[in-house]
Ligand binder design. Sequence first.
Ligand code: PLP
Length: 376
Amino acid sequence: MKKLQMVDLQSQYKKIQAQIDKAVSGVFASAAFINGPEVKQFQSDLEEYLQVKHVIPCANGTDALQIAMMGLGLEQGDEVITVDFTFAATVEVIALLKLTPVLVDVDINTFNMDIQALKKAITPKTKAIVPVHLFGQCANMEAVLEVAKEHNLYVIEDNAQAIGADYILKDGSRQKAGSMGDVGTTSFFPSKNLGCYGDGGAIFTNNDQLAHTIRGMVNHGMYKRYYHEVVGVNSRLDSVQAAILRIKLPLLDSYCDARRSAAEYYNNGFSASDKIITPITSEFTTHVFHQYTLRLKNVDRNALHEHLNECKIPNAIYYPVPLHLQEAYKDSRYQEDDFKVTNELINSVISLPMHTEFEQEQQDHIINTILDFVNE
Ligand SMILES: *Cc1c(COP(=O)(O)O)cnc(C)c1O
């Protein structure tokens, strides 16, 4: 059996090695390392794929979130609502910009923003909502946008985990995840669904003015060379990464299909157990399974985690500590009662290997090891 890995990027690379190596050496030969033609080309490839007017590539997904918030002109003291159950980058940039993070609970089935909790958290200081499309499926965007419209708030979609997913609107039409809010962001971290071979990220919007503002901000606040209109940052996607992404973007849909097939295989394997709740997909979204995350009932999750480690089966707890209890993001205004779901999830979830390169016997081995443990 091929070695088990949380994400098998080596096998994936082998299949596209000739194209990747050629593209990368092309960049080396051109020496156009920064803002070369590959970056502009990838930008327009991604605009086409997402059906958005503007993509602004940048250095990573965390920068993308930060720059999106800077571009919207959010200011110290503005409250920004996001979820308690996500990767820390989402809340980190809010705090870094001296905005006030307001964390809300998530839905027990989908792990995404709870709309009632969102409504409850709105105050006169609220300026923006950051829904996170966690683990590869969209948050309830139509509901989020309705709340945003009613209270005149910006919506920033953290789409680091769901690039390639479709949001299915009530009228049956579809829009790409990340393209519905005022601005969307993503990450091309290697293990993300559209990963490059280093760090990378992007910001997307249909708003011409905002796109212009952000394009200057990623480049030291320059709109004209050496004239600095606003305080910016240095955040670029380099040409080597863009060249790699140009090869991987046309494969993204097939990668999403491979992840969905792997998820279905796991789902079938676990279907007989009443102690294992397999991922639940909302009716308004497709799922691209950035993570395949189980919720356990009447199973000692930490014991399973240790057992799998002993069996050399990669697995992970995403996420082990709610953000509202993290040393850096504690806030005396938070009430434990408002985070019942997150507090439960951190003790009951476990994520299994998920990628595009499974061999059936690998998944069989993972499934059987887990079933043997929970049925003991
Ligand atoms: C990965 C991730 C980010 C940050 O992306 P980086 O490229 O690692 O900076 C932000 N938000 C979420 C939800 C993520 O999963």
